[in-house]
Design a protein around this ligand. Structure first.
Ligand code: G6P
Length: 609
């Protein structure tokens, strides 16, 4: 999704801006641009990659010590150069005065545009962002900081903006409401960005702006005011370097690297876990967990599927009624509220706009307790929940989520067992057995990763298909959903998942010899039922591709292709079964030649609704 990098320095800031954009590329974008002050406002924009923008800049010799840059993921207006940021607004003599970049969506942009058009402002783009550039210009009174404070009061919606003005050459002003924006502190230079990772080459001293903050960035000073325009101090954090996450090592894509990092990611996520104690989730978790009688999970995308899987664990092991809902649906309906239900938000980024809004809404509805399962400790979601568990997947760069999913499942399993223990439903013996299984999980995953060559052979057949069905039952139904999501996201093959028992109520009509049907077949109590569903597919000529546990007695035959997972892993089986589905999607996409890490139209962190 959109990314912002800005800087004020004594040196040419172009390399910092471009490096920052490259570090944000993984979030997904369709155009990019840079503007600097060098006498007047100058900019370069591109609808290709940041590397193309870099060549353009190298040829034009663009440089300056104050600047802003942006990667855009189109919302208002197509991904074409004239819509790419930065946007300019000229003074009365026609000389460009204001340069601005923006993440988020301005909901009342049409109203402001009509007003500004009537005043004579000419719009060169279809974006909501250009409205803000003209608005700041219109209200400008010689003090950019005060002007931005006044301008943002006119805006409704969500935004992070960075702006500079030709008349105040050593200043960049930023504002945050609903979209992340951080400040990086340097020596004789300071930075702004939408994500700390963008600045990892320049500084590790980061402060996180809060909702309604406006920041005045100068070379040797940073001044912040809060939503009431009162001066505030925000704490400076030292953030760890992300260099290892950016390095691809021996892998062709970040997605492949991240799939193979899963044993490490789960080991790290379990670090320090000696037993199932509430303190794992925060100091007040003991009291909170005693005070709840239900669970409401809210999330989007892959994170939603980890919640759907966990529901099977939570209800069966803790007895707590558990609901799972898509955050973007929940936030706009009127649910029957049980204030004692613990709100659990699940998110890789901790920035997803719909999940954040659902959390806020749940609190407004009267829910008293909230917990975040999140991969980014400094994210808004972690800051806005009472309790949290940090997955330690490391930075996930591939748009298609992999290691974040399996570490979320690991964290949710810990939550389940902690609640089960507190509710007297877990004996010491069971606790010991679960701990042992969790500790062995990274090794079990290694054995599943070793199936890659067999999966590559299947991927060649899948690459020629345009449709696929995925089947699962029980806690492996969400795994089928996740497998279908992975395939459609990166290979663009239309894939749908069904609980296998539902096949006969509709999707069976789609089954022909052309239809591959991927079946998640763990050797659990539903295996015989699943075998019957597989027969239904075979009887219609469908091609079955089955991931079966070693001991499930399913063998390859005409139209029935089987890959065996080394062992059945009981309650943790979903974590093992998702891995071959990730690999199948990855190798199918590779065979089709798609842009695996940056699939078309998608973004990594969806910070707009
Ligand atoms: C986007 C990403 C998905 C992710 C979803 C939720 O759609 O492409 O991979 O599952 O957002 O993101 P979150 O950061 O909240 O887990």
């Amino acid at each position: 999704m959109c990314g912002i990098v800005g800087a004020v320095s004594t040196r040419n800031i172009i390399p910092v801006l471009l490096e920052g954009l490259k570090r944000l590329e993984y979030r997904g974008y369709d155009s990019c641009g840079v503007a600097v002050l060098n006498g007047g406002l100058q900019r370069a924009r591109s609808v290709a990659r940041v590397s193309e923008l870099e060549s353009q800049i190298a040829q034009s010799g663009l440089e300056g010590s104050t600047g802003i840059s942006h990667t855009r993921w189109a919302t208002h207006g197509a991904p074409v150069t004239f819509n790419a940021h930065p946007h300019f607004s000229p003074d009365q003599s026609g000389v460009n005065r204001i340069a601005l970049v923006h993440n988020g969506i301005i909901e009342n942009y049409e109203e402001i545009r009509t007003e500004l058009k009537a005043l004579g402002y000419v719009f060169e783009s279809q974006t909501d962002t250009e409205v803000v550039a003209h608005l700041v210009n219109h209200l400008y009174d010689g003090d950019l900081f005060g002007t931005v404070q006044r301008s943002v009061k006119r805006l409704t919606g969500a935004y992070a903006i960075a702006v500079f003005c030709k008349d105040e050459p050593h200043r960049v002003v930023g504002a945050r409401f609903g979209c992340p924006l951080i400040v990086g502190i340097g020596t004789n230079e300071n930075f702004l960005a939408s994500d700390a990772m963008a600045l990892s080459g320049s500084t590790d001293q980061i402060l996180y702006l809060e909702e309604g903050d406006v920041v005045d960035l100068q070379r040797n000073a940073v001044r912040i005011t809060d939503k009431n325009d009162q001066p505030v101090e925000r704490v400076i954090h030292t953030v760890s370097a992300y260099a290892g996450d950016i390095d691809l090592g021996p892998y062709r894509h970040y997605m492949q690297k991240e799939i193979f990092e899963q044993p490490r990611a789960i080991t790290d996520t379990l670090e320090g876990v000696q037993g199932f104690v509430p303190e794992l989730f925060g100091t007040s978790a003991g009291a909170v967990f005693k005070d709840i009688d239900a669970i409401q999970i809210l999330a989007c995308g892959t994170s939603l599927y980890s919640g759907m899987t966990a529901r099977y664990w939570l209800e069966s092991l803790t007895g707590l009624p558990t609901q799972v809902e898509i955050a973007s649906e929940y936030r706009y309906r009127t649910p029957a509220v049980n204030p004692n239900a613990l709100i659990v938000v699940i998110s890789q980024s901790g920035e997803t706009a719909d999940t954040l809004a659902a959390l806020k809404y749940a609190k407004e509805l009267g829910h008293r307790h909230s917990l975040a399962i999140c991969n980014v400790g400094t994210s808004a979601m972690v800051r806005e929940t009472e309790l949290s568990y940090l997955t330690r997947a490391g930075t996930e760069i591939g748009v298609a989520s992999t290691k974040a999913f399996t570490t979320q499942l690991t964290a949710l399993f810990l939550l389940t067992l902690t609640l089960a223990k507190m509710r007297g439903r877990l004996s010491d013996e069971q606790e010991h057995a679960h701990l042992k299984n969790l500790r062995h999980l990274p090794t079990a995953i290694q054995s599943v990763l070793a199936l890659e060559p067999q999966i590559i052979a299947w991927a060649d057949a899948f690459a020629r298909k345009e449709n696929a069905l995925f089947l699962g039952r029980g806690m492996h139904y969400p795994i089928a959903l996740e497998g279908a999501l992975k395939l459609k996201e990166i290979s663009y093959i239309h894939a749908e998942a069904y609980p296998a028992g539902e096949l006969k109520h509709g999707p069976l009509a789609l089954v022909t010899e052309e239809m591959p049907v991927v079946t998640v077949a763990p050797n659990d109590s539903l295996i015989e039922k699943l075998k019957s569903n597989m027969q239904e597919v075979r009887a219609r000529g469908g091609q079955l591709y089955v991931f079966a546990d070693a001991d499930s007695h399913i063998s390859s035959s005409e139209g029935l292709h089987v890959i065996r997972l080394p062992e059945h892993y009981g309650l943790l089986s979903p974590i093992l079964h998702v891995i071959p589905l990730q690999l199948l999607a990855y190798h199918t996409a590779l065979a089709r030649g798609t842009d695996v890490d940056k699939p078309r139209n998608l973004a990594k962190s969806v910070t707009v609704e």
